[in-house]
Design a protein around this ligand. Sequence first.
Ligand code: F6P
Length: 322
Amino acid sequence: MKRIAVLTSGGDAPGMNAAVRAVVRTAFENEIEVYGVMGGYQGLLESDFISMDLRTVSNIIQRGGTILHSARSEEFKTMEGTLKARDVLEKYGIENVVVIGGDGTLAGGNRLAGTGVSVVGIPATIDNDVGCSDLTIGYDTAMNTVMSMVDRLRDTTEAHKRCSVVEVMGRDAGYIALNSGIAVGAVSILIPEVEYDIQRDVVDRMNRTLHYGKNHFIIIVAEGAGDSEKISKRIKEATGIETRLTVLGHVQRGGSPTVNDRVLGSQFGHEAIQLIKKINDKSSYALGYINKKIVSYPLEEALKIKKPMDMELYKVANEISI
Ligand code: F6P
């Protein structure tokens, strides 16, 4: 019987559990044994395995976080650490590893692949910054969380005729900011991919909307777009409007996954096993969701793919926020 391992690594993302569940269930149907690795690559180094069967993944599809826990392992990033991980896999007779996480996780998988292990990567991060996939697990849920939080914020912002500056996650990417910014009707959206000028892109826009009768303002700042505290102060000084900063933080990573993330996680998990059934050498792949289809790329090539920011959408955001 073929034996594989599955792990989740890096920042957790809602929908990871759906992917783990699909891996385990599809593997069962194909007579493949699955070890769950607790705590990402660090758990792999420590041989922290659990044996997974149909019932270990019951009642998890609706849960945020990851039942396999997650970590960012410094030891695994060293050559010694990666070789140790390979030795552990060999010792336990594990032929393929499914790694679920963001670009750091896939890069880690690629290092492991370099030592002769067959790896299948599944893109999962709220940041949506994985080049080989239009969508990543967790992104949809995070955007919906931002939307519902900012909807609440708008009530009090409007009641006090204030400006709310909202910092959202995304590391160096502005996908969450751009899409949730449109969804909450932000006057201005600042993202790392587009150079901005506070006077022109925030203050002047606010003054223009003031002129047309608007009396409260939502400004979305991606965490990678600059110091939101400074931005907030500048806005207050330049407009005289009472301004408050809200940093949404890790609340964006939690919560029950949306339909889209549950389905995407399930599709990815299912496809990972279909691929593993076909792999009879040591090759490695990353899955992606491109034009509404699940696809796969050789892992090394997948990591080279760049995803451009949707500038058409950015234009839409600017033109409708008057
Ligand atoms: O990659 C997901 C993410 O939530 C980013 O948006 C954020 O920059 C980072 O992780 C935060 O990492 P940590 O949970 O280690 O503070």
